[in-house]
Design a protein around this ligand. Structure first.
Ligand SMILES: [Zn+2]
Length: 447
């Protein structure tokens, strides 16, 4: 009997041991709904916007349905053939909504499918109750938009409808001064310098003249320290629109020589980008020194460049590899999911302790790219290094449209990860909280 008991005990133990090794935890029924609700109601951080102040919008000629088609939507209309000559009539002239619709309709019919335009349609539906853009709806939509802006619309949409606790705004606009809106600052004039005019324009803004390279570095240092005092939470690097993201570590002598040629030139003197590159590279490295010294993170535009005819080769994130290696104390966020370089981005974030993924704008470029790479990044990269939402828009309507898509994609990915037994329900919720909120609060040191 004793033998039988110990045999049964051993058998029971071996079954328990086997189940612990072999069985994935099966989620409790209803996990899909619970994860969905958790993500839908989570208060989040929006890591990147270009908000236009309501005051400026009210003075503009596009506080009508074209407000929703500004930026990326306009770019898609251009991509579908809309001529550049229509920009002014659409945005800078007092045309009626119907007159504007006649101008864009042929191109809308060719580009209504893009994610950017879906974002605008979600906004029109949910915020204004308008279910399509056409000749019959643009008047009503336009008058509803104008009416909305007579109230505290911007804060209502961001805080109550998007459920955003902090926004990181690109640039410090004194008219956008809500406590929850923090700002990143660009130092582009120093990073893209190739004309004497740029140097003179910077010198006018400060008490000291700029005669030497040291003066030039000092002027950037003063601008940096002033921005810090004014509440800058990150440095924004946007130079891929002008030049490659490859920044060599140039010796001061080589930079000095180029600076001298520039500063001694005639008033309208400019040099080619190739000739100025070593000076620009030198200044970028000095900016990284400042970021390291003051422990300010650096966020960099990588991947797709908005607008027609830009060079995608300039913005491949792997061009920055030497920078990540050299400035180990600086944290970098690579913007826009580096579309279409998602695999390269994954590798960089996995390899370097100081490289973070930021998915702002990515959902409005392609929801399926966002979904595909979020799956991959959640396998390859620590969840603590992914920031999963920023709108990258100038108006709150399209931020709303994009956040609707983002929450849906993130829910899909995490629900499937639980279904596959890759994550438990609790882990999935923890991931959502990290990527939509906690990581950004830590990265930008928000409080
Ligand atoms: Zn942006």
């Amino acid at each position: 009997m004793r033998f039988l008991l110990s045999f049964l005990t051993l058998l029971a133990l071996s079954i328990i041991a086997r189940t612990q090794v072999n069985l994935k935890p099966s989620p409790l029924a209803g996990y899909e709904q619970r994860i969905h609700e958790y993500i839908d109601t989570l208060r989040i951080v929006d890591t990147h916007e270009h908000l236009t102040s309501p005051g400026l919008l009210k003075k503009s000629y596009f506080l009508d349905f074209m407000l929703l088609l500004y930026n990326y939507n306009y770019n898609d209309l251009v991509s579908a053939g809309l001529p550049d000559s229509l920009f002014n009539p659409l945005f800078n002239q007092p045309l009626s909504p119907k007159q504007k619709w006649i101008l864009i309709e042929p191109y809308w019919k060719l580009s209504f499918n893009t994610a950017s335009n879906r974002v605008a349609l979600i906004a029109a539906q949910d915020l204004y109750g308008i279910y399509d853009l056409n000749a019959m709806t643009v008047d009503e939509l336009s008058s509803k938009i104008r009416k909305a802006y007579s109230n505290d619309w911007v804060n209502h949409v961001l805080r109550d409808l998007c459920r955003i606790d902090f926004v990181i705004q690109d640039g410090n606009d004194p008219e956008i001064n809500e406590e929850y809106i923090k700002h990143a600052v660009r130092f582009s004039p120093w990073l893209t310098v190739r004309t004497k005019f740029t140097i003179d324009s910077l010198a006018i803004k400060q008490p000291d003249p700029i005669f030497t390279l040291d003066d030039f570095v000092k002027s950037m240092t003063i601008a940096f320290e002033t921005a810090l005092k004014d509440g800058m939470v990150a440095v924004k690097v946007n130079t891929a629109y002008n030049r490659t993201l490859s920044f060599d570590n140039v010796q001061a002598d080589a930079a000095r020589k180029i600076f001298r040629t520039l500063v001694n030139g005639s008033d309208n003197f400019s040099m080619s980008y190739q000739a100025a590159k070593p000076l620009q590279d030198f200044m970028f490295h000095r900016l990284m020194d400042l970021a390291g010294k003051h422990k300010i993170p650096v966020v960099i535009h990588t991947g797709l460049l908005a607008g027609a005819g830009n060079q995608i080769n300039n913005s491949n994130p792997t061009l920055l590899t030497n920078i990540f290696r050299e400035y180990k104390d600086v944290n970098f966020a690579l913007f826009h999911g580096s579309y279409p370089f998602g695999g390269e981005l994954s590798t960089l974030a996995k390899t370097f302790r100081n490289v973070y993924i930021d998915m702002n704008w990515t959902y409005a470029i392609s929801p399926s790219y966002s979904e595909r790479y979020l799956y991959e990044w959640l396998e390859a990269v620590p969840a603590g290094k992914i920031m999963a939402f920023g709108g990258d828009y100038t108006n709150v309507e399209n931020i709303y449209g994009e956040v609707v898509i983002a929450r849906k994609i993130i829910s899909n990915v995490l629900i499937n990860k639980v279904k596959d037994g890759y994550l438990t329900e609790l882990e999935a919720k923890n991931v959502a909280r990290l990527i939509l909120r906690d990581n950004a609060i830590r990265f930008y040191n928000l409080q």
